[in-house]
Design a protein around this ligand. Structure first.
Ligand code: ADP
Ligand code: F6P
Length: 333
């Protein structure tokens, strides 16, 4: 093995740069050349590939986003797209790939594996929705970003004694919402994994004010639009479940409600120390796995230990929400 490649794919996550840095420096340490592939699978198909040297990753550990850029590629999901990607890998003499991204990106890694290309996945997603790892790079920074924003919202919510419905990211899951909701002491947390009763939420708001609270913070995961209250609205392109929840709370309780969709601010920012350290460990481990002949695995964290997980495990299982954490947030909020 002489030359490996590295790419970042899917939604960006703070710490991706730290992971690329770790891959590059560990590879150089193990006498491997590293090729950086820009714009994920899209750039791979187009051959947007150039060598990464030591200096190319200097000054990157503290930077959010990904300096390799990222993209989503429908073409890569097709046999033709994958054929073109494999052609480029052969053309550039890349013998194995480190793929840094979320669950979709790792499905892409599996597709390449099935066609004989050695790959190792590194989990990076603010959603933290990959099974087989307790933790994905970017999650900690995103939780802290949400907490910082909601703490500010709380100030104005308290001054005006308002209800705020705050929507956080999480296409299919509520991990980010739950963790940050617990951290800000939200009065209610609505996530796709756990059924909720909107009447109960209105009751929480009413009781909150009756018991002397000066605000109510309702955290809503983006993904609840998939189990939304008015199914006809689900089809609307810019439909946000938070608005519907907000409208119902206004109608049922008469309290003043404001709605905030935090959006992409959650994906940016300088990575937290935890994300930098995790990215350094996982990126480095991915290269060690390749160097020792390993492939078809994701590196991850299990009970604070670095582990390797077969792709099959990631595919077969869905990441479970910690219901005890949800119940705790309910009691404490
Ligand atoms: P994330 O990695 O953040 O979950 P996506 O789900 O958008 O992001 O996936 C990123 C890219 O991975 C997609 O645009 C596509 O190119 C590739 N990909 C996703 N699913 C598959 C699949 N089943 N087969 C091949 N490639 C896939
Ligand atoms: O996968 C991370 C994520 O931020 C999801 O939480 C969100 O639904 C999605 O990406 C948004 O993606 P886009 O980059 O297309 O706006």
């Amino acid at each position: 093995m002489q030359r490996i490649g590295v790419l970042t794919s899917g939604g960006d996550a703070p710490g991706m740069n730290a992971a690329v840095r770790a891959v590059t420096r560990q590879a150089l340490n193990l006498d491997l050349e590293v090729m950086g592939i820009s714009r994920g699978y899209s750039g791979l198909i187009k051959g947007e590939i150039s060598e990464l040297k030591d200096k190319d990753v200097s000054g990157k550990i503290n930077r959010g986003g990904t300096f390799l850029f990222t993209a989503r590629s429908e073409k890569f999901k097709t046999a033709e797209g994958q054929e073109e990607a494999i052609f480029q890998l052969k053309n550039y003499g890349i013998e194995a790939l480190v793929i840094i991204g979320g669950d979709g990106s790792l499905q892409g890694a599996m597709a390449l594996e099935r066609q004989g290309i050695p790959t190792v996945g590194v989990p990076a997603s603010i959603d933290n929705d990959l099974s087989g790892t307790d933790y994905s790079i970017g999650f900690d920074t995103a939780v802290n970003t949400v907490v910082e924003a909601v703490d500010k919202i709380r100030d104005t919510a308290t001054s005006h004694e308002r209800v705020f419905v705050i929507e956080t990211m999480g296409r299919n899951n509520g991990l980010l919402t739950l963790e940050s909701g617990l951290a800000v002491g939200a009065e209610a947390i609505l996530i796709p994994e756990i059924e909720f009763d909107i009447e109960e939420v209105c009751g929480i708001v009413r009781k909150g004010y009756e018991s002397g609270k000066s605000h109510n913070l309702i955290m809503v995961a983006e993904g609840i639009k998939d189990c939304c209250l008015d199914q006809s609205k689900k089809q609307e392109k810019h439909y946000s479940a938070a608005f519907q929840i907000g409208e119902i709370i206004t109608e049922n309780t008469g309290f003043e409600v404001r709605i905030i969709v935090l959006g992409h601010v959650q994906r940016g920012g300088s990575p937290s120390a935890l994300d930098r350290v995790t990215a350094s460990k996982l990126g480095s481990k991915a290269v060690e796995v390749i160097k020792s002949g390993g492939r078809g695995v994701m590196v991850g964290i299990n009970q604070d230990k670095i582990v390797t997980v077969d792709y099959d495990v990631i595919l077969e299982q869905e990441k479970q929400i910690d219901e005890s954490l949800y119940n705790l947030a309910k009691i404490l909020g």
